[in-house]
Design a protein around this ligand. Structure first.
Ligand code: CUA
Length: 319
């Protein structure tokens, strides 16, 4: 019914419909009680108005049953809303483990996307229908926020950190994509399109788009060679630098005591500032790459390190 209402965004996922159901339920409850209370104020004011100037009110004893009812009914309704809202929130904020990962870099004032298959795009993101898609996002400069109204999802995009959001489109179409965090003069022009294609159209699109660009993974591997990372991070030179194969997602012991999980943010930090969280047993010999790599290149390196897998044998370079 609200589809035709021009202010209401398109709906293109199950989760979006769940968010809407919750929203309209909350709106309905609010409207019902607002009207009920306003009506009662009006009716009771009229019914019990003072009829002569010397009329004095009688003291009332509070009715226990009434007190209990109007305490319990709102409690039940708000707890219902809370549990329902928390469930929707958890589904929205926890990307499923089997989601396909796309990388996003925001900068003043554009969105850059990198597909797992290697294609890169600016301000337009093509995805297939029915696939769970996880966006791992970072910013090259200031705070941005990626907002996909048709998926009812949004997440801040921060410099120096990776944040995620996910969705699963269930119908093809072109949907708007916004920056939802004021990020400077042209914030309002930091907009794009989410293009949802049927899987076979997506494959076709990839086949056409994928030709022109090298894959993200290959770029990552090239960078790894070019920047001489491979000199020390070699499977057979493990004495100089920690072995990267099978590193991703593991907990590492730090020289400063304590430990850290080798996730995207940790790998990024360790490239930019290797001394920040030095692994126990190694000397701080690695140069800092702060200011020498763009966010795109960092993402490529992170993808490369990730591709070395959780348990892959030495020498393997494909995910
Ligand atoms: Cu980027 Cu607003």
């Amino acid at each position: 019914m609200w589809r035709n209402f021009p202010l209401f965004p398109d709906t293109a996922s199950d989760l979006a419909r769940e968010v809407d159901a919750l929203y309209f339920f909350a709106l309905g409850v609010t409207a019902f009680f607002s009207l009920l209370i306003a009506g009662l104020i009006f009716y009771l004011g009229l019914r019990y108005r003072r009829r002569s100037p010397d009329e004095v009110g009688r003291p009332e004893r509070p009715a226990m049953a009434l007190e209990i009812v109007w305490s319990l009914v709102p409690l039940v309704i708000t707890m219902f809303l809370f549990v329902w809202g928390a469930r929707v929130f958890f589904s929205l904020s926890r990307p499923p483990a089997d989601a396909t990962e796309y990388y996003v870099v925001g900068k003043q004032w554009m969105w850059k996307f990198q597909h797992p298959e290697g294609v890169r795009e600016i301000n337009t993101l093509h995805v297939p229908v029915g696939r769970r898609i996880k966006l791992t996002m970072t910013s090259e400069d200031v705070l941005h926020s990626l907002y996909l109204p048709a998926m009812r999802t949004k997440a801040d995009v921060l410099p120096g950190r990776y944040t995620t959001l996910w969705f699963q489109a269930d119908k093809p179409g072109v949907f708007p994509l916004y920056c939802a965090e004021y990020c400077g003069a042209e914030h309002s022009r930091m907009i794009g399109r989410l293009v949802v294609l049927e899987p076979k159209d997506y494959e076709e699109w990839l086949a056409q788009g994928g030709r022109a660009v090298s894959t993200v993974l290959v770029s990552g591997e090239q960078l790894f060679q070019e920047r001489s990372c491979a000199t020390c991070h070699r499977p057979d030179a493990a004495t100089r630098a920690p072995l990267l194969h099978g590193l991703f997602g593991k907990r590492v012991e730090l020289a400063s005591g304590g430990s850290a999980v080798a996730d995207e943010t940790y790998i990024r930090e360790s490239i930019l500032n290797p001394r920040a969280k030095l692994v126990a047993g190694y000397d701080p010999v690695m140069p800092a790459y702060q200011g020498q790599l763009s966010e795109d290149e960092l993402v490529q390196l992170v993808i490369y390190v990730k591709s070395l897998g959780a348990a892959a044998p030495a020498g393997s370079t494909s995910p």
